[in-house]
Ligand binder design. Structure first.
Ligand code: EAX
Length: 335
């Protein structure tokens, strides 16, 4: 009897150490919480994602007196594409993601509304929508998928590149086999415009272009530049056909371990860095276009955007059914 009691006591003591009591892991008290977190994305160290990520990591380290350290894994080191990285976030094997909304819709369908073509006029319009109630509601929705959206950083307005010919109009691009993100809105929009889109993880795109498995792809200037796509593509058309936000998202498994004050600090710092990161991205675009032109790109600046918009318009009926015309108009009409 005494022996049994002793064993039971040891067991209770061990369980309290391991914190397995009933699975309800209480977040550690603020002073005690220490963590080494992994932040990942698909882009190179010098891409605005990682300029923002480094600033975020430095500020969090400083503001927690080194209790929370964030290591950045750029260049698809922790997953060949963004969808895979988001799955790892849900499993808790990665703590923080910075990346486009492209594949996020596979986890949180409401987010796909932001990827509808030709909804945003310019950066100021983007900021109003994303930093306003519409954007905040979409970030909050991520909670249903074990993801915690902190803020919207920026990928940018997407542009079409290819190896065959200049694409001023959708007619010029008819039948082009292009890579798109794993996103059904993009797939439908380009199919409707007469192109031949195929979804692919970012980590596979450069090789597929080089081997001419695909003719082209579409991305913001910073991605095209940091991935040196002028080495495997000839034409860049400044279509600006879709604005691509880049939310910074934390794994719910990580989040639930953090004390409330650290959670608040993460939100505040992510919002602060958003302004810096968007500005860095926008200010560098014109120079990057010039640099890539000098390195061989034929750049089409006078793209017939109205023709592209018209060519994608038939897909809007489908988008209105999926997201509600009122919600789409609310974004388009935001002043
Ligand atoms: O987020 O996959 C894409 O085309 C994205 O724009 C890229 O990974 C950056």
């Amino acid at each position: 009897m005494k022996k049994l009691l002793a064993v039971a006591l040891v067991l209770v003591f061990a369980l309290s150490i391991l914190g397995c009591g009933g699975g309800n892991k209480q977040p550690a008290a603020q002073g005690e919480f220490k963590a080494n977190m992994k932040l990942t994305n698909t882009q190179t160290k010098d891409h605005p994602y990682n300029l923002g990520a480094q600033k975020f990591a430095d500020l969090i380290k400083e503001r927690t007196n080194g209790r929370i350290q964030i290591t950045i894994y750029p260049d698809s080191q922790l997953g060949k594409g963004e969808r895979e990285m988001l799955e790892s976030l849900q499993q808790g094997t990665i703590d923080i993601y910075v990346g486009s909304t492209g594949p996020v819709g596979n986890f949180s369908p409401s987010m796909n509304i932001l990827d509808i073509p030709f909804m945003f006029r310019d950066g100021a319009h983007v900021d109003k929508v994303l930093d306003g109630p519409i954007g905040q509601a979409l970030l909050a929705d991520l909670g249903k998928s074990n993801l915690v959206g902190l803020a919207f950083w920026e990928n940018g307005f997407r542009n079409l590149t290819n190896s065959r010919q200049a694409t001023k109009t959708p007619q010029d691009a008819k039948g082009l086999k292009i890579r798109v993100m794993e996103n059904k809105v993009h797939l439908l929009a380009f199919k409707t415009a007469g192109l031949n889109p195929t979804p692919m993880a970012w980590g596979e795109v450069y090789a597929a272009l080089q081997q001419k498995v695909i003719d082209g792809q579409e991305n913001p200037i910073a991605v095209i530049h940091s991935s040196k796509l002028y080495e495997v593509q000839k034409y860049l058309a400044l279509t600006g056909h879709v604005y691509s936000p880049a939310p910074i998202i934390v794994s719910k498994k990580t989040w639930d371990k953090m004390p409330a004050a650290d959670q608040e600090l993460f939100r505040k710092t992510a919002l602060e860095v958003a302004q810096y990161q968007r500005k860095v991205n926008r200010d560098a675009e014109a120079a990057k276009i010039k640099e890539m032109e000098a390195k061989g790109f034929t750049v089409t600046r006078d793209v017939d955007k109205a023709a592209w918009q018209k060519a994608m318009q038939p897909a809007f009926a489908e988008f209105a059914k999926e997201f509600g015309k009122d919600k789409i108009d609310a974004i388009i009409n935001t002043k």
